[in-house]
Write a protein that binds this ligand. Structure first.
Ligand SMILES: NC(=O)c1ccc[n+]([C@@H]2O[C@H](COP(=O)([O-])OP(=O)(O)OC[C@H]3O[C@@H](n4cnc5c(N)ncnc54)[C@H](OP(=O)(O)O)[C@@H]3O)[C@@H](O)[C@H]2O)c1
Length: 216
């Protein structure tokens, strides 16, 4: 498949690398076609890797990954353009974190709304699935890095879009029984708000390689 990974940070580069490793064609998108991090990533990952603007990357892809800074995701996706995103599955891994007042961070949207919902509302023809935002990038693409039957969540309005995403998660190493479908995109409120716990946990544990396991 052809995927666009919008985002040149750690999450974007880690996801893009894994997607190439499991056999997909990936265009990394950023604001600037000459973005050095994207160009360097593309040069290092062979024929199936390329870089482009947000718009050109999204336009070229069957599936789009939003790995941009949460506070800027709507702007980044607007610059990709509704036309380029229409009809496509958009995997949203972004968290609307605001570190401008120091630690702990706050959320730019929460309680009665979420970034996942804002994206779905802004792009009604796009099939938004929120997932992977509750783990560090290394764990996203290598769940075996953390021991135990820890889980990953998906939120989205469309069953078929979630099925496509669950298959991709399987290729990353997430067995189906450890993917928890929370329901519609409004359930992204919970996974995004979990970051208010995730960040202090990361500080307390001294590193980001952990995840939650469900017991009942
Ligand atoms: N890092 C992780 O382990 C991790 C784990 C879970 C979730 N996430 C989420 O994944 C997302 C990416 O995280 P990250 O740490 O990889 O990188 P980041 O620094 O949060 O985001 C980098 C990306 O955001 C874009 N961006 C920043 N400001 C922008 C603006 N004003 N307009 C348009 N685009 C803008 C940048 O564009 P340019 O390329 O053009 O500079 C870049 O591609 C975040 O939402 C984060 O919460 C990250």
């Amino acid at each position: 498949m052809k995927l666009a990974v919008l985002g040149t940070g750690v999450a974007g580069r880690t996801l893009a690398t894994k997607l190439v490793e499991v056999g997909h064609e990936v265009v990394m998108g950023s604001r600037d076609a000459a973005n050095p991090r994207a160009a360097e990533w593309a040069a290092a990952h062979g024929d199936r890797a390329a870089s482009a603007t947000f718009t050109d990357a999204a336009r070229s892809a069957d599936i789009v990954v939003n790995a941009t800074a949460g506070a800027a995701s709507l702007a980044a996706l607007q610059s990709a353009g509704g036309g380029a995103l229409a009809g496509k599955v958009l995997i949203d891994v972004a968290n609307p974190l605001d570190f401008s007042h120091g630690m702990p961070p706050s959320l730019t949207v929460c309680n009665t709304d979420s970034l996942g919902e804002q994206i779905q509302r802004a792009f009604p023809k796009t099939r938004v699935v929120k997932t992977l935002n509750t783990v560090n990038a290394d764990v996203m693409v290598d769940p075996g890095r953390v021991p135990g039957a820890h889980v990953i969540f998906v939120s989205g309005n469309e069953a078929e879009a979630k099925r496509v995403v669950v298959d991709l998660l399987g290729a990353f190493g997430w067995p189906r029984e450890r993917v928890v479908d929370l329901g519609g995109i409004e359930t992204a409120r919970g996974t995004e708000s979990y970051l208010l716990l995730w960040v202090p946990l990361m500080q307390r544990l001294g590193g980001p390689h952990f995840n939650v396991e469900l017991a009942r």
